[in-house]
Design a protein around this ligand. Sequence first.
Ligand code: AHR
Length: 556
Amino acid sequence: MSDKMRSTPSTSRRRILGRREFVKTGTIGALGSLAFLGARTARAADAQVEVLVGETIGTISPGIYGHFTEHIGGVVYDGIWVGEDSSIPNVGGIRRELVEHMKRIKPAVVRWPGGCFADSYDWRDGIGPRASRPRRTNFWVNSRELRAAPDGPQKYDPNQFGTNEFVRFCRLVGAEPYFAANVRGLTAADFDAWVDYCNSPKGSTSLADERAANGDPDPLRVRYWGVGNESWGCGGNFTPEEYATEFRRFIAWVPDHGVPLSFIASGPSGGDLEWTRRFFAKLTERDRGLLRSVFGWGLHYYCGTSGKGQAVDFTLDDWYDLLQKADVMDSLISSQWAAMAEIDAEHKVKLAVDEWGAWHEAGTEVDPRYLFGQMSTMRDALIAALTLDTFNRHADKVVMANVAQLINNLHSLFLARGDRFCATPNFHVFEMYAAHQGGESVRTRFTAPPIGAYAAEKSSPLWGLAGSASLHGKELVVTAVNPSAKEAIEAEIVLNGATARDGRMRVLASGDIHDHNTFDDPRAVETKDAKFRAQGGRFPAKFPPASVSLLRVTLD
Ligand code: AHR
């Protein structure tokens, strides 16, 4: 995990104009100081968003808008699962408020049961009558943060939430389940049996009968299967060659029971290109055809505060620092893609960024037992937005992504404790960005004055406005992030290859970059409609400081 608390250096290929170059383009007049001008101000027509409507990148896979739920801290127990007998409103034991909110963001896929937990989990423990399921030591029991905590599900998993409950949760919210299988501790035969239990036709096998007896006569039709998790670390301390051998064994001739299986392999620690090169080399040493059996190459990337303030208490420098670290996702995708191409030139294997988010110092969790539980502020919302924009721009490469983690954890969309519940600013970003799902990602050129040397020791600037766009028939969806904590940006939107008839705009912004939602003030941060008129080929839009915006433009 510590690897992800450090971020790899940014070599983003995204075009960032230097201040001098920016002035030279004549897009704007004199800029003055670019950051920290004191009070929040606006710059007149100082930026341009050019949408190249005819230049498509690829279809935005709804899978990019996925989530991750591990048996850790307060994610499953008290987050998702409250139990059927709970006084907390629930649907068959699953927190009702969570289900209702999830539906609003159209979650395409949810990953479970880990994370590191996955490589310690025996799926058989989580099936059958709940009263007789075993209690098992949770992978995270030895965490420093849990030492003083009383015994409970965070330390000893009661297995009340297992395969059938998880798939019911997915069905309730309209998502596909994505299972991560235990490679460190179980065998390929156990893996086959889990697939059999989930997908074999009614009445066909003993495991199908068992599933029926557990309340699901019809196959669960689980398509996505992760083979291990972070196999270079908690998933088994494998070398890339060892892991590739295990991966080959696990995916060899798994009976699919009529469900097309999509396997996801465990990718590198951070941006480690050697792990990628060596895995692909070993995977294909006997048969290059195996590339066709790998649906996704799993990437994990967390940008961390690493000792620089925590989730809520941070400085202006920390704000820009973390946004810049989050932006590393862009170069990570490009560099991994290039390394994969050394063996997989046709790019049969795509990227599955199955863990991503901001990882802050402990101390803001809503319950001390909720390991890695943290508040999410406007800073995290901007990180979510710029990351989703990055995925959209790489729609030809990224087929799936899972923000870590759904509730009561890192970069969560929700917080819950007992009967209290609230959505974080991240939820609002996902609700806005759902508009991109399934659209054709089109090229954009965001031209804006970069955020200059926001701290004396910083040499590289952060872009001044970034985003993505997608086409859905006659609707163009554009999302944008203004990272400036102080200045609004007035941009000209230029449609290259289309004209607008109408448009609307929704914005997530708040008075203070530290703003966040709490149980007592759950609507402190939320989206609002903004004034916006889209007509013809060029029209203005104003992006408030520290904001995320969604423009929906109807084309002629
Ligand atoms: O999301 C928390 C942990 O981070 C996951 O269990 C692991 O895969 C990663 O290191």
